[in-house]
Write a protein that binds this ligand. Structure first.
Ligand SMILES: Cc1cc2nc3c(=O)[nH]c(=O)nc-3n(C[C@H](O)[C@H](O)[C@H](O)COP(=O)(O)OP(=O)(O)OC[C@H]3O[C@@H](n4cnc5c(N)ncnc54)[C@H](O)[C@@H]3O)c2cc1C
Length: 251
């Protein structure tokens, strides 16, 4: 899942981009396992150089695991990761519910003209929801359902974007005209977090076989979460391993 489709509609002057993937780029970071150790050891042995902390990797690994297991969370906050994320607005609505340990800045629909980039699920996206809240399972869509979703979304997006353009052409303010645009429109933001707030996010917004408390996130926010997770795992491999080993519950 998550390939870029980039379809340009051929039969009309109005061009729109349809995407099935999301963009996640780590644009800035100061995040390492040694930051956790440094913060934790202040409480027992006072300030030490990071060189010294790196001398005994097994002990470092053990300490991080202990902190994770016993949910001593604050040492995991002394780091920072800034991500550039481009995803549909309905993903951002869910994302920005995460209030603690997160900072956001999103592109403005008042100060700039919104670009016609819209989300359509690709064929790997399970389309049919069965069951009841808390017990849903998702199953594959038929080719007909995929075709209908694709066609319906494209028509709707084009209609909405055409109306938006007409209003702008008549001199209507962007902040008013944007009301016609749907939540499948892509937006972009910078999101800054630390390892602790990211773990809390991942625990809720990804499905994982190692999760002690399963969650059932919408697939599209999970796609964002998976990409963030991959970046974070490279920066803080010991913390990442301890997170998985302890059931993916944020400390
Ligand atoms: C699968 C799924 C389905 C969802 N469905 C819905 C839905 O149908 N409708 C809906 O509105 N939302 C829904 N949400 C959003 C959910 O209710 C949370 O708003 C979101 O997951 C952010 O979680 P959080 O509050 O723990 O995170 P954060 O806001 O980052 O908070 C982190 C932690 O800080 C503490 N905290 C933060 N604020 C407070 C506070 N005011 N008082 C006390 N403690 C606080 C809590 O321990 C919290 O877990 C859903 C989320 C998921 C993952």
């Amino acid at each position: 899942m998550g390939r870029t489709l980039r379809i340009v509609t051929p039969d009309d002057e109005l061009k729109i981009d349809l995407r099935s993937d999301v963009t996640v780029e780590l644009v800035k970071h100061s995040a390492a396992d040694s930051d956790v150790l440094f913060a934790a050891r202040v409480s027992t042995v006072g300030e030490q150089s990071l060189d010294e902390l790196n001398k005994d990797p097994e002990r470092s690994k053990g300490l991080i695991n202990f902190l994770m297991r016993d949910r001593h969370g604050s040492p995991f906050e002394h780091n920072s990761m800034t991500f550039f994320i481009s995803a549909p607005i309905f993903v951002f609505r869910e994302f920005m519910r995460h209030r603690v340990g997160w900072s956001y800045n999103e592109e403005s629909g008042r100060y700039r003209e919104l670009q016609p980039v819209f989300y359509v699920p690709d064929t790997s996206r399970k389309l049919v929801q069965q069951g009841r809240p808390g017990k849903y399972v998702f199953v594959e869509g038929t080719p007909e359902q995929h075709e209908s979703v694709h066609r319906g979304m494209e028509e709707s997006y084009r209609q909405a974007y055409r109306t938006y353009q007409e209003m702008l052409a008549q001199g209507v303010a962007r902040e008013v005209a944007r009301a016609v645009l749907p939540v499948g429109l892509f937006s972009s933001m910078y999101a800054t977090c630390n390892a602790r707030s990211l773990m809390h996010f991942l625990g809720l917004r990804t499905q994982h076989e190692l999760a002690k408390v399963p969650s059932f996130p919408q697939r599209e926010i999970e796609m964002v979460g998976e990409k963030m997770e991959a970046e974070w795992a490279k920066l803080m491999p010991l913390t990442y391993a301890a997170f998985n080993a302890n059931g993916r519950v944020a400390p």
